[in-house]
Design a protein around this ligand. Structure first.
Ligand SMILES: [Ca+2]
Ligand SMILES: [Ca+2]
Ligand SMILES: [Ca+2]
Length: 868
């Protein structure tokens, strides 16, 4: 022990000599967090919002050199909390400017346990104190502790010191766990259980990797170095033993029987007196078409001095670089407090070739200028992402099987009062012919894993099918690079089979929708995993269920023929049925009809027949006058029957639909705008930038080509006001697109917003600048804050390394997926590219893929016109 102390003292003395800047103190800034050069400590500026429980974006957090390294600081009840483990409610957060402190009160209501966490600056760091008015309840002694969580991948390849002893931070979990009787477990939210104990009655606990009184992570790397010291013992744990998204956790237990200040940590982040963040030069990683506008945006440290000029370098075949142009760098100014922004307009560089941008001492990676840059950027989404995510199929690519034919035991009627992890609930009413846990036949076909999980959600299967149908209607891409065989339920990537992939994918959607309509009566809210253990599955979905239909007369894990006693079959959630929701079933089926009819006439007729049947059956009940409060699509967008009627009219030409449509659309056109819909946080981008309560041209544009001159003139007159609204969101920031998303990032909205601009441009090229169509893609492809990676996996030069797809545990991507993008918290943008487990930043939702394909095809058309 003596030896260790000596080492610590020598090390500390050495640090003091070399780093006098360490004495700089943290200050409480206007946004209510602690700030020193290169380091921020946030104290519950971000709260657990409850939507998906612990999103790893709340509590005490550390942002160092522009990267969020630590989160989840606070009083927790287990060593390595998982997503569904309970956390204390913040009943009170005080920013005490006189006391130079931030204090929160955390309450665990079920345990009658209240603690206060108080953070104040001291020297170069902060004191974190836990204060108690009443002692820790008996039940929580040995469980309640102060935790702080670190993102493991930030520390891959680094070491740590514990009381001076050196240890390697593990790249993969390789330390020890122990099992405890489940009676000792603090139950997870809603009594969920992430652990499958196979009936043994135990649960898993990670043991500490090390314990000591001073633990310093990455002492060798000043950007990553964070230390914690305490008189109380601190353990370091690896949460990945329990869950792949687990964290490195520093933790000290709170003592029993004590009140007042029961625990104190000295947190020592790494402060750097002279640190200046290198410029983040945002630009499109797919490059630019010669005639289009080319504006890179440099995101600069506020302490940086913006240079007045940037250079555009041309990369020559011999590897040399020559200055193609020197361009002015125009200061845009501070956006969201943290950074200063500069626009670099190099539109005049038009000669095809390879270029990079040099500004403020940073040289970007090279990128092309070429007239065809948009023509193929949608291929990975159509060829890979939409194929790999197909449910009920074996998917092959060259030597690799992405996954087997999953969920061949689909599916059971969900029992009453069951709650599903994604916010779904089955009430008493099944709205169909099946009893709880009864097998519903016919469902083992079509559909997609909607994103990072393996359920079939109504909105994703319906919107994906609908948008795939719109791709065919607008662009008819004949690309055939995938074999899709529904007879043997087999897909082979990069193998042409004579049928356009767009059409085959549309059918993959209608097969599932029709199966649901015919066997259930409508598309169910979700066909999802029956319990938490199955829900958090990672890996091949084939292994998620046993493929055998559940038989309650058998014991768990007992198999007889094609039946099994293991309750792993997915549940069909049917209680939130609404006639309004059924209208979207009609939209997707009717929109698919024209695409399918030449290739799959039987499936086309089946789709149209079901669409008409649903229309007749639910028309009256879907009347908003009769049902002001609608279900699934609750009252949004006026009469839910409008879009259904539009698609039925386009599919059949039947005048009765037109007669229904026209008065409704006229009414929308005559309405006065009240303002744009705030779309930042809508999951999956279901709603694009639209008016609330005002004239909505979406429906009018859908029927525009089929209408008479008088109607068309009326729409044209409304276009300028509509353009003003759909482009307004891009005016408050240097990137020119609407950036949003506090809990779910906004790429999907940016894509639909840009596509809305294309629809205007298509009919009224004189009334909108086509650059609005391209601005959305420029942003998605890398001209954005925080970093300059392309948000479309595998598309562009520097692209996302990780995404929240079902292969996220491999720190990998499914090519062609589009991540949600940048979360915005206070003044901080984030899209982590080394932590694939943030769904709000990195989850590739399936229905964004066809929307992105639409936009790429639109952009290709736009630049062709520009380059003429
Ligand atoms: Ca889902
Ligand atoms: Ca094909
Ligand atoms: Ca089964």
């Amino acid at each position: 022990m003596r030896k260790i102390l000596t080492f610590c003292m020598v090390a500390a003395a050495a640090l003091l000599l070399v780093k006098p800047a360490m004495s700089q103190t943290m200050t409480l800034n206007d946004l209510g967090y602690f700030e020193a050069r290169g380091t921020n400590v946030l104290v519950y500026n971000n709260l657990y919002n409850g939507a998906f429980y612990d999103e790893k974006f709340a509590g005490v957090e550390i942002i160092q050199r522009g990267e969020r390294l630590a989160t989840g600081g606070g009083v927790r009840l287990m060593n390595t909390p998982e997503q569904w483990d309970i956390f204390g409610d913040v009943s009170d957060r005080i920013v005490d400017r006189d006391g130079n402190a931030v204090q929160v009160t955390l309450t665990y209501t079920d345990y009658d346990f209240v603690s206060k966490v108080r953070v104040t600056p001291k020297d170069g760091g902060c004191l974190i104190q836990v204060l108690l008015d009443k002692p820790v309840p008996e039940k929580l002694v040995g469980k309640a502790g102060l935790n702080l969580e670190f993102f493991p991948a930030s520390y891959f390849g680094k070491n740590y010191l514990v009381d001076g002893l050196a240890r390697i931070l593990p790249k993969y979990p390789m330390h020890d766990t122990e099992v405890h009787p489940v009676s000792e477990k603090i139950p997870q939210y809603f009594g969920e259980s992430t652990f499958d104990d196979r009936g043994r009655g135990d649960f898993l606990v990670a043991k500490p990797m090390s314990v000591g009184h001073r633990i310093v992570l990455a002492p060798e790397d000043e950007a990553l170095r964070v230390g914690v010291q305490s008189e109380t013992e601190i353990g370091i744990y690896d949460g990945r033993h329990l869950a792949q998204n687990g964290m490195f956790v520093l933790r000290s237990l709170l003592p029993g029987g004590k009140t007042g200040k029961v625990l104190e940590w000295y947190l020592e982040p790494s402060v750097s007196k002279n640190w200046v963040r290198p410029a983040n030069i945002g630009f499109s990683q797919v490059g630019y078409s010669p005639a289009q506008k080319k504006v890179a945006v440099a995101e600069l440290d506020r302490n940086d001095d913006p240079a007045p000029e940037a250079r555009i370098l041309k990369v020559n075949p011999d590897g040399t670089k020559t200055t193609a142009m020197t361009v002015p760098a125009k200061v845009w100014g501070i956006y969201r407090h943290r950074y200063n922004y500069v626009q670099i307009d190099f539109s005049d560089v038009r000669e095809p070739g390879l270029y990079c941008i040099e500004y403020q001492g940073v040289e970007t990676n090279a990128f092309p200028i070429d007239k065809d840059i948009y023509s193929d950027k949608w291929h990975p989404s159509m060829d890979i992402s939409l194929v790999v995510n197909m449910d009920h199929m074996e998917v092959n690519e060259a030597y690799r099987i992405w996954h087997g034919r999953a969920h061949m035991d689909d599916a059971l009627q969900a029992p009453a009062n069951v709650r599903l992890h994604d916010g779904y609930f089955q009430g008493d009413e099944t709205n169909d012919a099946y009893k709880p846990l009864e097998h519903i036949p016919g469902l083992t076909v079509g559909g997609w894993y909607d994103a990072g999980d393996f359920d079939i959600q109504a909105n994703s299967v319906l919107n994906t099918t609908q948008d795939l149908a719109y791709i065919w209607r607008e662009f008819q891409p004949m690309r055939d690079q995938t074999l899709i065989d529904q007879k043997t339920q087999y897909a082979d990537i990069h193998v042409p089979d004579g049928v356009p992939d767009n059409v085959e994918l549309i059918m993959h959607g209608t097969l599932n929708i029709n199966a649901q309509v015919e066997n259930i009566g409508f598309v169910a809210q979700v066909i999802g995993q029956p319990d938490m253990h199955h829900y958090h599955h990672l890996g091949d979905a084939l292994t998620l269920t046993d493929g055998k239909v559940y038989d309650p007369t058998l014991k768990p894990y007992e198999v007889r023929g094609d039946r099994s006693g293991t309750l792993d079959d997915r549940f069909v959630f049917t209680s939130r049925f609404s006639a309004a929701g059924v209208m979207q079933d009609i939209v997707s089926l009717a929109a698919a009809y024209p695409a399918l009819k030449d290739y799959y006439p039987e499936e086309a007729e089946r789709s149209l027949k079901n669409a008409k049947m649903l229309w007749e059956k639910h028309f009256d009940a879907a009347d908003p006058a009769r049902n002001p409060v609608q279900g699934r699509w609750g009252g949004f967008g006026g009469d839910p029957r409008l879009n259904a009627a539009i698609e039925l009219w386009i599919a059949t030409g039947d005048k009765k639909y037109k007669d229904f449509i026209v008065p409704l659309v006229e009414k929308q056109l005559d309405a006065k705008p009240t303002g744009p819909r705030n779309t930042g946080d809508v999951q999956n981008g279901m709603f694009s930038t639209q008016y609330t309560g005002g004239p909505n041209l979406t429906a009018a544009l859908k029927i525009y080509p089929y209408m008479d001159k008088k109607f068309q003139a009326k729409v044209r007159a409304l276009v300028p006001a509509y353009v003003e609204v759909i482009t307004r969101g891009g005016k408050d920031n240097p990137y020119g697109v609407s950036i949003g998303g506090a809990s779910w990032a906004g790429n999907a909205s940016i894509i639909t917003g840009a596509y809305n601009c294309y629809q205007i441009w298509k009919y009224f090229p004189d009334l909108i600048d086509p650059e609005y169509v391209l601005a959305g893609l420029n942003f998605i492809f890398g001209c954005h804050p925080y970093s300059n990676v392309s948000f479309v996996t595998s598309v562009g030069v520097n692209t996302k390394k990780v995404a929240y797809s079902n292969n996220r545990a491999d720190y990998s991507v499914i090519p062609g997926g589009i991540v949600p993008g940048l979360l915005v918290k206070e003044d901080f943008f984030e899209n982590k590219d080394d932590y694939p487990f943030h769904w709000g930043e990195n989850e590739c939702c399936i229905n964004t893929a066809p929307q992105y394909i639409l936009l790429c095809l639109a952009a290709d058309e736009v630049v062709k016109a520009m380059n003429k």
